[in-house]
Design a protein around this ligand. Structure first.
Ligand SMILES: [Zn+2]
Ligand SMILES: [Zn+2]
Length: 296
């Protein structure tokens, strides 16, 4: 097993293991509002780090901002324990280049047949299995040279493990301060660490699996991407995935007023505060040109 596979295994197995420990330790104790607030705050920070930072800013350059804001987003993204900013962007750019064809790191379709069992195998590969397939990942020097050229991002990527540990220590200390004693420390670690990571992992992976399998296709795209409305609020708008494959550089994944897109709201707020500029918007005319009337 390579170092990368071992790291992935640890990252995947530890959060559910933490959950089991939590259930045993915290049995008979009601979950209070403080524990849930710690979970929500951690989920929000790491989730925005992924969707606004890793995905819309670094991978697709859908807006510009100051270096300090870029680095803050890179650190928040690393809190999610989905790999460092350079490797995430590398794999995601490769996903867009090959989407659902040979070379796509996490397609539920490429290389899999049409049968039920084949379908399940494809979904497993897209959701989690690809993390253990060394041929799936891309070469950062080819796909993320712009990030490697940024010294600050290189340093942040190297500090992946300490940054992940920081994302565990902060909620533990907050839990200790607000709830007190060993219970508070463990509760903070479990809700703001293990459960937060577990939940965000599966929501992110669902974009790769579910959103390339079930849902509506409004736009004609050469892949199997879909819009999945019920995942939109948990995924910060990422599940408008057919919209996203149709217009990858758009800062907004929700293109209609009814399409919840919390990641887009963050970018709009940054723009109002003068912290984001050159925000990529897709005009109604551009959208109409790509509409697949037969599918919607
Ligand atoms: Zn996709
Ligand atoms: Zn993308």
């Amino acid at each position: 097993m390579s170092r990368r596979e071992l790291a992935n295994l640890i990252g995947i197995v530890l959060p559910p293991a933490g959950l089991v420990v939590a259930i045993v330790l915290l049995w008979n104790r009601m979950v209070g509002p403080v524990e849930l607030a710690i979970l929500a705050a951690g989920y929000l920070l790491a989730g925005v780090g992924i969707t606004v930072g890793y995905h819309r800013l670094f991978t697709h350059r859908s807006f510009r901002t100051y270096p300090a804001v870029r680095y803050a987003f890179a650190v928040l993204g690393q809190f999610a324990v989905e790999g460092n900013v350079v490797s995430w962007v590398t794999n995601h750019r490769k996903h867009h280049q090959f989407s659902d064809r040979d070379g796509d790191p996490h397609s539920p379709h490429a290389g899999y047949g049409e049968g039920f069992v084949e379908g399940l195998r494809g979904l497993w590969h897209a959701h989690t299995g690809w993390l253990f397939d060394k041929d799936a990942t891309g070469d950062s020097r080819r796909y993320a040279k712009d990030l490697l050229d940024d010294r600050g991002l290189r340093i942040i990527a190297k500090l992946f493990v300490p940054i992940v540990l920081l994302s565990l220590v902060i909620p533990a200390v907050v839990g200790w301060a607000l709830l007190g004693g060993t219970y508070g420390f463990v509760a903070g670690l479990v809700w703001g660490g293990a459960i937060r990571i577990l939940l965000l992992h599966h929501v992110t992976w669902s974009i790769n699996s579910i959103c390339h399998f079930w849902g509506r296709r409004r736009f004609v795209s050469r892949d199997e991407s879909r819009n999945v409305w019920w995942l939109s609020w948990l995924s910060f708008g990422e599940s408008w995935h057919n919209n996203h494959h149709a217009f990858p550089s758009s800062a907004f994944h929700g293109l209609r007023a009814t399409e919840l897109d919390p990641g887009g709201w963050v970018i709009r707020a940054l723009e109002r505060c003068g912290l984001a500029w050159h925000v990529v918007r897709i005009s109604p005319a551009q959208q109409r040109a790509k509409l697949a009337a037969a599918n919607d």
